[in-house]
Design a protein around this ligand. Structure first.
Ligand SMILES: [Zn+2]
Length: 217
């Protein structure tokens, strides 16, 4: 999960929370990515952070609208909304949500993503439960296919990450190649990049890379 800044005031969503202006504003705010899995969304869903359950105040509240993919939206409904659990709010500037849950890419695409809670707060535990499901749940035919597609995209980026690391580490790389590789890795950790939280954690968990990126947030 990654932090975003919600523009205020937001677009008018008092009558239609799926109006074009609202969707466009959400797309910009979330860098075109699902706020849960960080995949780029081609077919977005406007997600209610607190399930509205028929309450118009929650349904048309700009601060309650998030940008998600269909997979994560339906998984959140099952495991969070239906149980009235509360997760971390990535639009809250008071918390660095990327630091609350560690995410690591598997070395084989069909293996599970490694998801770990970094503290014992209830919100972190609930967010961990949700993200673990978003990345790994395959208990129906459709979720099996959507997991496969998500993991392939994640793995493709992971292969790029590993290649940049190899260039940076290799004794026969030119300095210009190392500088470029470092620049690429910096781009991958930017909040606008797909699955940015993974690349941050892959750097933080790596003795060699963490010394190269001392200011990683
Ligand atoms: Zn998603």
């Amino acid at each position: 999960m990654f932090n975003v800044t919600r523009p205020q005031p937001g677009p008018d969503c008092s009558k239609d929370y799926r109006a074009e202006g609202v969707i466009r504003a959400l797309k910009t705010m979330f860098y075109g990515k699902c706020y849960l899995c960080e995949d780029e969304v081609g077919d977005p869903v406007v997600e209610h952070f607190v399930a509205h359950k028929g309450d118009d105040k929650l349904k048309y509240d700009w601060n309650n609208l998030f940008y998600a993919c269909h997979r994560c939206n339906s998984i959140k409904e099952t495991h969070i909304d239906n149980k009235n659990l509360v997760i971390h709010d990535c639009s809250n500037a008071m918390i660095d949500v990327s630091r609350t849950i560690k995410c690591l890419c598997p070395s084989i695409p069909n293996y599970d993503v490694i998801v770990e809670a970094q503290d014992t707060l209830d919100k972190t535990k609930n967010t961990f439960i949700l993200l673990d499901r978003c990345y790994n749940e395959d208990n129906t035919g459709i979720r099996g296919i959507s997991k496969e597609s998500l993991h392939e995209k994640l793995f493709e980026n992971y292969c790029k990450f590993i290649e940049f690391r190899r260039i940076l580490r290799s004794k026969d790389s030119l300095q210009s190649e190392k500088d470029k590789a470092k620049e690429h890795l910096t781009i991958m950790t930017d909040v606008s990049y797909p699955f940015s939280v993974f690349w941050k954690w892959h750097i933080l968990s790596d003795v060699f890379l963490s010394t190269q990126f001392l200011d990683i947030g």
